[in-house]
Design a binder for this molecule. Structure first.
Ligand SMILES: NC(=O)c1ccc[n+]([C@@H]2O[C@H](COP(=O)([O-])OP(=O)(O)OC[C@H]3O[C@@H](n4cnc5c(N)ncnc54)[C@H](OP(=O)(O)O)[C@@H]3O)[C@@H](O)[C@H]2O)c1
Length: 290
């Protein structure tokens, strides 16, 4: 498995996104544990989660607890695994997603995540989504506090625009380690953030890199060049998509979600797929089929 780094800490170039194992449509726990173990077997050392990956109001942190359980029951070495979690997004239990970026909430949220993950320090803690009611510097300021207190090893933000990336990096005195934004063939709107991260040497973690849980399977049908390049290499369009992202910049670390071992094992192999310049250009220009 090839490595990239987040704030100087090496992680596998492809991470595992935990969301499909805890929100609507999730599999039973045994299959989720098999999926996480398969990722670890294949060399994954980055697992993305959030306290908000759950369905019902009384199971906040479902995905964090699941990942902690899978790590604890894994037979091999997990000392190099970074669990990247997030706070500031909430699911009240009616299917909606709300935000609370207040310092009070974030301080409580990180303590609860530490407990669920069973660690003294969280590998990467990300402020999940800006809260329009709270000045951005106040929310991100909590990450600085947490770094100084040793409760988190690395600080990141998510769903941020280029101004917020620069502001966060200033508030953190240059210690902003990662930005997690939506980015996929179907959603290219974060190219400016990706480029800002490449210029600043900050890791960029594309979320829903395959187009999201419900549409990931249709990637090849929707984008002809991804299907054509996949056929030429005898691999899946999803693997081609992840290889295309990795080729964009050395700071890019996609975190494809999975709820089946086969999905994450297939995705990880993208680190070994080399695209020609012509293939890269064709993928970069791909538009959804009319
Ligand atoms: N920061 C944010 O606001 C935010 C928002 C959304 C997501 N995220 C994070 O980003 C991660 C990824 O996004 P996502 O899960 O929404 O969408 P995604 O990665 O675009 O798609 C996930 C789906 O892709 C399928 N898949 C994965 N690898 C595959 C392969 N090689 N071939 C065929 N199908 C494959 C999986 O199917 P199976 O389920 O059948 O395995 C999975 O359900 C999430 O898990 C979460 O950690 C963050």
């Amino acid at each position: 498995m090839k490595n990239r780094d987040i704030g100087g800490v090496p992680v596998s170039a492809i991470g595992l996104g935990g969301m499909p194992m805890s929100i609507e449509g999730r599999p039973d726990e045994a299959r989720s544990i098999r999926t996480i173990h398969a990722a670890l077997d294949a060399g994954v050392t980055l697992i993305d989660t959030a306290d908000a990956y759950h369905i019902h109001a009384d199971e906040v942190g479902h995905n964090e607890s699941l990942i902690a359980k899978a790590l604890a029951s894994y037979g091999g070495d997990t000392s190099q695994v970074i669990v990247a979690t997030k706070g500031g997004h909430l699911r009240p239990g009616d299917g909606s997603w709300t935000v609370d970026g207040s310092p009070e909430h974030l301080r409580e949220a990180v303590d609860a995540s530490l407990k669920r993950l069973g660690v003294d320090a969280i590998g990467l803690y990300q402020f999940h989504r800006p809260d329009p009611r709270v000045p951005y510097a106040d929310s991100v300021g909590v990450l600085a506090e947490l770094l100084d207190a040793g409760k988190i090893r690395l600080a990141g933000i998510s769903n941020a625009n280029p101004d917020q990336i620069r502001e966060a990096n200033e508030v953190l005195d240059g210690r902003l380690a990662s930005v997690q934004n939506q980015f996929s063939p179907a959603f290219r709107g974060s190219e400016a953030e990706l480029n800002a991260c490449a210029a600043l040497g900050i890791a960029f973690l594309p979320w829903s890199p395959l187009g999201g849980i419900s549409r990931a399977g249709e990637l090849g049908e929707r984008f002809a060049p991804f299907e054509a390049v996949a056929k030429a290499h005898g691999v899946s369009p999803q693997r081609v998509c992840l290889a295309w992202m990795l080729a964009k910049a050395p700071v890019v670390i996609p975190i494809p979600g999975a709820s089946r071992p086969e999905s994450i094992v297939d995705s990880i192999a993208a680190t070994d797929l080399v695209l020609t310049d012509d293939e890269y250009a064709a993928l970069d220009a791909a538009n959804v089929r009319p």
